[in-house]
Design a protein around this ligand. Structure first.
Ligand SMILES: C[S@@+](CC[C@H](N)C(=O)[O-])C[C@H]1O[C@@H](n2cnc3c(N)ncnc32)[C@H](O)[C@@H]1O
Length: 220
């Protein structure tokens, strides 16, 4: 594995699971390798996502008090939101990610959980005023994503707000992943949530890529 291409290991592991298209087991494998010191997590920047930090700074008041961070990885985004006074629940499919997040932020007012967005526990449904999701939908194959997108909205209370960040592609571009950049129509469920704003921006971190930052409001 090249040290400059952490995605090589990710793609190799994902391909090993290709015979089980519903399985997302490669994420746990990656976190175990990361814990052993291998540079296999391209998203492990050990700081909160810049599009979240910038958005939070621009809000007169954050939607709250109950917030959820989906696919929380090593915990930087939940810890950031908790530092702003929100009561945060954060979950990830990989138990090792949750162990690492909990040990990195022992003082943060965050409830850490292992959970699968595509099989969302009932206790999380309809509970949150604010949901943040970055770069998870694009990392999972289309078959699982079809269940994951409505599940994201189902976390929200009626009228709740979701901020989503994902790699962007044009409608007619072909996605080759992982990650699989997403067209705006793949991120739209008008029966469940209204889009309040959409921005497309160049992400300067790592290899430059275009991303969406979308704000939704859950319909009542
Ligand atoms: C590409 S990483 C992004 C991590 C983080 N949100 C960020 O932007 O830095 C995707 C994360 O989502 C988690 N994940 C993947 N599928 C998931 C699912 N179905 N439910 C919950 N978490 C999931 C992975 O374990 C991983 O931590």
């Amino acid at each position: 594995m090249s040290e400059t291409d952490p995605r090589a290991k990710l793609r190799e592991l994902q391909a090993r699971y290709a015979a089980q298209p519903e399985s997302l087991g490669w994420f746990e494998d990656l976190y175990q390798l990361y814990r052993e010191g291998e540079p296999v997590l391209p998203w492990a920047k050990l700081k909160p996502n810049a599009p979240l930090v910038e958005w939070v700074e621009g809000q007169a008041a954050l939607p709250g008090p109950e917030a959820c961070v989906v696919g929380c990885a090593l915990g930087d985004d939940p810890a950031h939101l908790a530092s702003k006074g929100l009561r945060v629940t954060a979950f990830d499919i990989a138990p090792t990610a949750i162990e690492l997040a909990r040990s990195r932020f022992p003082e943060a007012a965050v409830i850490w959980m292992t959970a699968n967005l595509a099989e969302l526990p009932r206790e999380l449904q309809g509970r949150f005023d604010f949901v943040f999701e970055a770069n998870t939908l694009q990392a999972i194959p289309a078959g699982v994503r079809a269940k994951a997108l409505p599940a994201l909205f189902s976390l929200l209370k009626p009228g709740g707000v979701m901020l989503l960040v994902a790699r962007a592609r044009e409608e007619d571009e072909v996605a080759q992943g992982p990650p699989w950049p997403l067209a705006l129509t793949e991120l739209t469920l008008p029966d469940l949530a209204a889009i309040e704003s959409v921005e497309k921006f160049w992400d300067g971190e790592g290899l430059p890529s275009q991303r969406w930052r979308i704000v939704y409001r859950r319909l009542g």
